[in-house]
Design a protein around this ligand. Structure first.
Ligand code: ATP
Length: 275
């Protein structure tokens, strides 16, 4: 889908209101890996804009390049073609303005307390020091509802609490965007649903911007405010959809089913792949 078509879809979705300036922009992003024998094209000329406070979903089948797009936004993979910008500046390397929250939140350091985990990147990067770091860390921990657990260790926490710590840790760095790569993929269905609710609850409080990768249609609709639907390998934009109507507590089953069917068709209709 071309940039103009995306802009048109977006203005229709917003009821023709003026859109805020995008925080993150992808224009014609082709991502490739060079192996000793050939070049693997992961995505093909992908366009999207993430607006402030979006819960923006990258949705597509396995191998369509979702994680590669996240890596590129993180600054770990340079586009072979096209441009990625954050706040109008090209993304050329990793930076604390884009914090990655990993799967299962297992990046928490087991030998450090909740407070120690939140302080760790602040101090290690030198972004915040001494008293300021301590105050910020305690404030973030309180904002995610874990003030009483500041001195607890990760093994003493539930999955949902660990997620809150992981988000507090990322948010304490004051990023512009949180990058989440299938954070709930390994969980059973009930736990996954609870974690999705927890994440949305936190978003209601903190209104952070997130770029969230999933291959679950249901998760995309529940968690996302907007989503980019990508074709099978190599990932191309099939559509950009608005899912704000399904924000939690507001699920109309018939509309949910209709959107889910529409996405399914978009994902699995065979339209051929570029040569
Ligand atoms: N380091 C790499 N070297 C070579 N090819 C790679 C590398 N990483 C990914 N690829 C290829 O790039 C394509 C996109 O991979 P990517 O992991 O981004 O897809 P994905 O949509 O995130 O998949 P999944 O949902 O299975 O995680 C795949 O064909 C994959 O094999």
């Amino acid at each position: 889908m071309e940039a103009d078509a995306i802009a048109a879809a977006r203005s229709a979705a917003a009821g023709q209101q003026a859109m805020p300036r995008p925080l993150l922009s992808a224009r014609g992003v082709t991502l490739q890996y060079r192996t000793p024998h050939h070049i693997v094209t992961a995505t093909w000329r992908v366009d999207f804009d993430v607006l402030p406070s979006d819960r923006f979903i990258l949705l597509g089948p396995s191998g369509c390049g979702k994680s590669s797009l996240l890596k590129a936004v993180g600054g770990f993979l340079a586009p072979a073609e096209g441009r990625l910008t954050i706040n109008g500046r090209p993304i050329v390397q990793p930076g604390p303005d884009r914090m990655m929250v990993f799967q299962e939140f297992e990046q928490l350091l087991p030998w450090k307390t909740v407070l120690g985990n939140v302080l760790f990147p602040m101090r290690a990067t030198g972004r915040f020091r001494g008293r300021e770091a301590m105050e910020r860390a305690r404030d973030m921990i309180a904002r995610v509802g874990l003030a009483k657990f500041a001195d607890a260790y990760p093994h003493m926490l539930s999955g949902g609490m660990k997620m809150r710590v992981a988000i507090a840790r990322a948010m304490a760095m004051e990023p512009d965007i949180l990058l989440m790569d299938e954070p709930f993929a390994a969980l059973d269905a009930l736990t996954r649903r609870r974690m999705q609710e927890e994440l949305l609850g936190l978003w209601d409080q903190l209104r952070f911007t997130m770029l969230f990768v999933t291959h679950s249609i249901e998760e995309a609709i529940l968690v996302g405010s907007r989503m980019l639907v990508l074709s099978p390998h190599p990932g191309q934009v099939r559509a950009e959809l608005n899912a704000e109507a399904f924000h939690h507590g507001n699920v109309d089953q018939a509309a949910f089913g209709a959107l889910s069917k529409r996405i399914h068709r978009l994902l699995f209709e065979d339209r051929g792949t570029p040569t």
